[in-house]
Ligand binder design. Structure first.
Ligand code: ADP
Ligand code: MG
Length: 381
């Protein structure tokens, strides 16, 4: 009698243990009979699907947790040997539908449970993919950024080389044209032509100088600066220009912004480029907003957003705006170097720069600049 009691006790214990294992598994575990009636629904399943267990067991059909007709599709694939042997599915990407209707991406491992040859149930392990997909998305973003940096580095080098090569002959063209003008009495027409040559050569020299600045590798004078002040100083330079007369400027600066180490001239150059582009995009009419913030106390960076209410940038163009020489402006107006230079400068400062836009509504440029490392951080290196 005691032995019988003991066995019963042991069975009960092991049953409880198995139940707890299933209950506390990280992945959702769901079993259903062959009509789809749910027989097992662990805590993670409740969490992922948004149901309480008593709303589900023997009440809900498994079809309800799939969007559209996906339950049938999964059964069909499960019975085929397309993904693993017949009756088994491994790491199969499906969506499930929460009680609220929200769609959750899932990696499903499932099998059909057989009794002899008869199908009696289905058992599925549902792994929530949201976190993984988010990480993959971040990785993809970083990959695109890296690609952009590499592209800019190589174009930058090329530009520097070409600029150096052009510098001397351009000097020659200007010099000898001037000598021609001075040393000979030339008919009026020829004088005009020579003036034109000198003027155009000067334009080329300006572009070459821009290119040389662009390809400069290092940041020079790093000092701790108040970004609010740098933005205000940049605004003073532009706001009296005619282009800005009908542009409302809104400043939304966070007080007591921590100082960041920057090269003043270069960072002002970045702000200036973005602000001038914004004015161009608004064709002299609209609202230019400048925000600064530091998400205290944990954040290691200061964020600057410069927004305009201009024509915006379509997606297929947005991916190109930081490319050197990319411009949508007419010849003579745009060099296409402004944003690529700005990107390079921010990157040289260890910061980040990005843009988001809605066509017809406007564009936001976001710049993140890093705070100096604190002493405690340094000692952990
Ligand atoms: N705020 C903005 N709104 C709309 N388009 C913009 C904005 N800023 C930049 N762009 C687009 O990005 C392109 C590249 O800008 P940039 O590198 O400064 O070169 P550029 O101003 O000489 O054309 C611009 O020609 C324009 O198409
Ligand atoms: Mg520009």
């Amino acid at each position: 009698m005691t032995t019988f009691k003991n066995i019963e006790q042991e069975l009960l214990q092991s049953h409880r243990f198995l139940k707890n294992l299933i209950k506390s598994a990280v992945d959702a575990i769901i079993a259903a009979d062959m009509t789809g009636k749910i027989l097992l629904f662990n805590d993670a399943a409740c969490e992922i699907c948004g149901y309480k267990v008593n709303e589900v067991i023997e009440k809900l059909n498994i079809q309800a947790i799939y969007p559209d007709n996906d339950a049938k599709r999964v059964m069909h694939i499960l019975r085929s040997d397309k993904y693993g042997e017949k009756g088994v599915l491994r790491s199969f990407r499906v969506d499930i539908k929460k009680k609220s209707g929200e769609i959750i991406p899932i990696s499903l491992n499932a099998s059909i449970v057989y009794d002899d040859d008869k199908e009696v149930a289905t058992l599925g392990f549902f792994h929530d993919l949201r976190e993984t997909l988010k990480i993959e998305e971040e990785l993809e973003k970083t990959r695109v950024q890296l690609l952009q940096s590499a592209k800019m580095a190589s174009v930058g080098e090329l530009a520097a080389g070409v600029a150096h090569q052009l510098n001397n002959p351009l000097g020659g063209i200007t010099l000898y044209s001037q000598l021609l003008m001075e040393d000979y009495t030339l008919p009026d027409g020829a004088q005009q032509d020579l003036k034109r040559i000198i003027r155009d050569a000067q334009r080329c020299t300006d572009t070459v100088q821009e290119l040389l600045k662009f390809s400069r590798q290092t940041t020079n004078e790093m000092h701790l600066q108040d970004i609010n002040q740098l933005l205000s100083e940049t605004l003073i330079l532009v706001k009296d220009q005619t282009l800005f007369h009908n542009i409302e400027i809104k400043k939304n600066f966070q007080n007591n912004l921590p100082l960041v180490p920057v090269d003043i001239q270069q960072i002002k150059h970045v702000f200036m480029n973005i602000i001038l582009n914004a004015a161009d995009a608004m064709e002299g009419q609209g609202v230019l907003s400048l925000f600064t913030s530091h998400e205290e106390p944990l954040s290691d960076r200061v964020c600057i957003t410069i927004s305009d209410t201009g024509h915006g940038i379509p997606d297929d163009i947005l991916i190109k705006i930081f490319d050197p020489f990319f411009t949508t402006k007419e010849q003579g107006k745009g060099t296409g170097l402004g944003l690529s230079m700005a990107y390079r400068i921010v990157e040289d400062h260890g910061g980040k720069m990005s843009a988001e836009s809605k066509t017809g509504e406007g564009t936001n440029f976001l710049i993140e600049l890093m705070l100096p490392e604190t002493e405690s951080e340094k000692t952990f290196e």
